[in-house]
Structures are given as structure tokens and as C-alpha cells.
Design a protein around this ligand. Structure first.
Ligand code: HEM
Length: 178
């Protein structure tokens, strides 16, 4: 994972639990602590950080990853507003992750490993995203979708079927506007 992801995790922990808590978390996994946005770190390091936060704060890992995704969307918006302002509504924005947003991310952060999102319009108000990644971070995707919906002040329902965690070859994330 690129250091920018760790930077945003640090911001979330510092805002919610304080700077000293983040330093304690870093010392538990013997991390150097100063993550550089463009450097690629081992995925395991992020998972170790999440595991320590989950234990110390008694938040189930899957809930924590979702909350991290929700926090991440406005954090990306602060850094790259033009990528998100290109679309005025939730579903077209989600439909542009693979073909626009993550393409730009890969230019900004050469060597980034972004997931694959294949989109399938079911109707004007329903979009199926097929998520594929060896990282199996579908809860992060769900949190990012929730963050994006808040950004556009939109309510939606999500059906998550099938799921990589249950042996499927992709996660189906069907987003239907309410
Ligand atoms: C709702 C919209 C979005 C969704 C659902 C989404 C989903 C994801 C997911 C699930 C990952 C984790 C990697 C993996 O699963 O393999 C990821 C990585 C990433 N995404 Fe997105 N993303 C969204 C929007 C954005 C935006 C707006 C930006 C920045 C402008 C962005 C930048 C990144 C970056 C930098 C990474 C890390 C890549 C790496 O560390 O190598 N994403 N995205």
C-alpha cells in the first residue's frame, strides 16, 4: 500500500484518539512511523496497524476498515478535488473509479496497486460494481462508497453478493439510489 493510505490512517487515529495513541500503535508494531505518501509499503504493515487499532480500541476489524474507508473519501477529496468534482452525482462517480480515478492515481503514484472495478449499469438508479483485488478489501470499498454518498448528499442501499471472503472470484457491490 502506498504511504498516502498510512498517512490518512494516521490522521484518522490522531483526530479520533489523539497523537499519543498513534505513537503507541506505531511502537507496538515497531514501525518507523514517518510514512512517505509515494512510497510503497508492505500490505501486511497496514493490516498490522489495523489489527493493533482494533484491539486497543475494541473495534471489530471489519468495522474499523469500513470507518477508514468513510474517512478516506473526504481525505482524498481534500488532496485531489478535481478528480471527484469531475462528476456531480454518486453513481457516475462510482462508474469512473476504474476508468478515470484510479488511472489518475496510478499516474500520481507510479507503482500503486489499485483494485479492479468493473461496472454494470442495472438501471439509471442502480449500478453494480464488480470488485477484484488480491487484498480482499471490500469493506474498505464499502466505506469509500459510504463516504462518497455523504459527499454527494445521497442515500443508497448496498447489496453485497457474492463476496471474495466467501470464496467468490469477485465481490458484487450493487448500489441502488433510494
Ligand atoms: C468511492 C470511490 C472509491 C472506491 C470504492 C475505491 C476503492 C479502493 C480500494 C478498495 C482500494 C484498496 C486497494 C485494493 O482493494 O486492492 C483503493 C486503493 C486506493 N485508492 Fe481508491 N477508491 C475510490 C476512490 C478513490 C479516490 C477518489 C482516490 C484518490 C483521488 C483513490 C485513491 C486510491 C489510492 C491512492 C489507493 C492505494 C493504492 C496503493 O496503495 O497502491 N481512490 N481504492
Amino acid at each position: 500500500m502506498k504511504g498516502i493510505v498510512m498517512n490518512i490512517l494516521a490522521d484518522m487515529v490522531e483526530q479520533q484518539f489523539g497523537m499519543s495513541e498513534w505513537n503507541e500503535i506505531l511502537s507496538e508494531i515497531d514501525a518507523a512511523g514517518a510514512y512517505t505518501a509515494a512510497v510503497l509499503y508492505e500490505d501486511q504493515e497496514l493490516l498490522d496497524l489495523v489489527g493493533v487499532i482494533s484491539r486497543r480500541q475494541s473495534i471489530p476489524v471489519e468495522d474499523l476498515i469500513f470507518a477508514f474507508g468513510e474517512f478516506m473519501f473526504p481525505a482524498f477529496y481534500e488532496r485531489y478535488p478535481e478528480l471527484i468534482d469531475a462528476e456531480a452525482h454518486l453513481l457516475p462517480l462510482l462508474a469512473s473509479i476504474d476508468s478515470v480515478i484510479h488511472v489518475e492515481v496510478n499516474k500520481l503514484y507510479p507503482g500503486a496497486v489499485t483494485p479492479v472495478f468493473e461496472e454494470e449499469w442495472r438501471s439509471d438508479s442502480a449500478l453494480l460494481l464488480k470488485y477484484r483485488s488480491k487484498r480482499n478489501l471490500c469493506r474498505l470499498a464499502e466505506g469509500l462508497i459510504s463516504g462518497a454518498a455523504k459527499h454527494f448528499d445521497t442515500t443508497y442501499e448496498l447489496e453485497h453478493e457474492p463476496c471474495l471472503h466467501r470464496g467468490a472470484d469477485h465481490c458484487g457491490l450493487l448500489v441502488t439510489l433510494r
